[in-house]
Design a protein around this ligand. Structure first.
Ligand code: UD1
Length: 419
């Protein structure tokens, strides 16, 4: 099992290029199954979750050709199976998007239930509600099944909870439905707009992505050869912003959309970190002295839950006490025990963590308990005195492209090693 070994204390200087958005890619790749034409998709991050999805698309019968490390061609014009019962799907949250795509195009989907990071209960009732409203028979056990003689029917669907996954999945399924589907109280994350733009590039008629209401006018068929470039990864960019703030130094984070970073930029400024916004980059200048701050995670444009563990790692050394409230997931503080091993003072009460800033963290051995918690451990290791070992980094590899190489290039002392 691989681990990172970090010698803390180096300041970070230089430039880092941000990869394409993993959470956009895990939806866009399955959505390519809707198309009779050929999709060339660029700026795909080279991470494990993407390898899993491409593997599944290939096994379903799509022709998947890697054109380079970050681009892929998908041709789903041949025979496609509607049963995806592969073990690899147990590792992947986004497997539910395969249900939306197969149901939308073929009227049948049987897909192994999603796995992914464990932040407490992760229901899919809203996905099912959406598919049922479009006329499908849906059921879930270890397999997520959805079936309807084509076409699906357009429907009005109100999401009781703002859900990224349900918004995207229903949008994908509705593209080829008969009539109009209106989804209300939808999520507005940048990658929802990216998925909608991708669907429209293939010939769909999706309007309103990025607002509270999405309207999909069903079309008969998607049949275009397209080339589509993914947006940059907001969470990877935020991780490097916080890493630079934590370690101190001066780092330019490139190839990003600064508007997507506003909630994170505003919080870092509140913590006395200098954030300079440019057209497609952000410069972070930090002396490593972090001001305390309270924050609550919320759906976009709020402070994203995926940055919560990484922000908590930073606040462990703030000059005072900070309160972080988790507004999306019921159980996303499991990793704080690991930060405590490095000397952090954190108490958790339900969805709230109280972080008393300490002068400095001390190196030690910690576990990556999930993807973003793993990144949080790396940020903590960059700040800690001495050596920090982060174990179980298979989680980090799921979502960060060449994480340690990018960190080393800006001056971090981080090595990959195996047990
Ligand atoms: C996606 C991201 C994940 C991120 C999350 C919130 C991917 C692969 N994962 O997860 O990293 O943390 O968005 O930004 O893109 N809910 C229901 N019923 C449902 C679906 C969700 O009640 O059918 C609830 C969840 O329990 C949670 C909230 O809605 O409390 C948000 O979940 P959702 O936005 O759906 O998360 P995911 O799409 O699974």
């Amino acid at each position: 099992m691989d681990k990172f070994v970090i010698k803390g204390g180096n300041k970070l200087f230089g430039e880092v290029d941000i990869s394409g958005a993993k959470n956009a890619a895990v939806a866009i790749l399955p959505a390519a199954l809707l198309n009779h034409g050929i999709c060339t998709i660029e700026n795909i991050p080279d991470v494990q979750d993407i390898n899993y999805i491409l593997d599944v698309l290939g096994r379903l019968g799509a022709k998947v050709e890697r054109l380079s490390r970050n681009s892929v061609r998908i041709d789903a014009s041949g025979d496609i199976s509607t049963v995806a019962d592969f073990e690899v799907l147990n590792h992947l949250r986004a497997s539910y998007y395969i249900v939306g795509a197969l149901l939308g195009r073929f009227g049948n989907a049987e897909v192994t239930m999603p796995g992914g990071c464990n932040f407490g209960e992760r229901p899919v009732d809203l996905h099912m509600k959406g598919f049922a409203a479009m006329g499908a028979e849906v059921s879930i056990s270890s397999i997520f099944k959805a079936k309807k003689e084509l076409p699906l029917n357009g429907a009005n669907i109100y999401l009781d909870t703002v859900s990224v996954g349900a918004t995207i999945n229903i949008m994908i399924a509705a593209v080829l439905a008969e009539g109009t589907t209106i989804i209300e109280n939808v999520a507005k994350e940048p990658h929802i707009v990216d998925v909608a733009n991708f669907l429209n590039a293939m010939g769909a008629d999706v309007k309103g992505a990025g607002t509270d209401v999405i309207r999909i006018n069903g079309v008969k068929e998607l049949n275009k050869n397209i080339t589509y470039t993914l947006i940059p990864d907001q969470i990877e960019a935020g991780t490097f912003m916080i890493a630079a703030a934590a370690a101190g130094g001066n780092v330019l984070i490139k190839n990003i959309i600064p508007k997507h970073m506003e909630a994170i930029s505003a919080k870092l400024e509140e913590m006395n970190v200098t954030v300079e916004e440019h057209i497609d980059s952000i410069r972070i200048i930090s002396d490593g002295k972090i001001g305390k701050a309270n924050l609550k995670t919320l759906p976009y444009p709020g402070f994203t839950t995926d940055m919560q563990p990484i922000a908590v790692a930073l606040l462990t050394v703030a000059n005072g006490t900070s309160i972080v409230t988790e507004g999306v997931w019921e159980n996303r503080f499991q990793y704080v025990d690991e930060l405590r091993r490095l000397g952090a003072h954190i108490t958790v009460n339900g969805r709230m963590a109280v972080i008393e800033g300490v002068r400095n963290l001390c190196g030690g051995t910690v576990n990556a308990t999930d993807l973003r918690a793993g990144a949080a451990m790396v940020v903590a290791g960059l700040m800690a005195s001495g050596k920090t070992t982060v174990k179980n980094i298979k989680y980090v590899d799921r979502g960060y492209e060449h994480f340690e190489e990018k960190l080393r290039a800006i001056g971090a002392d981080i090595q990959r090693d195996s047990d």
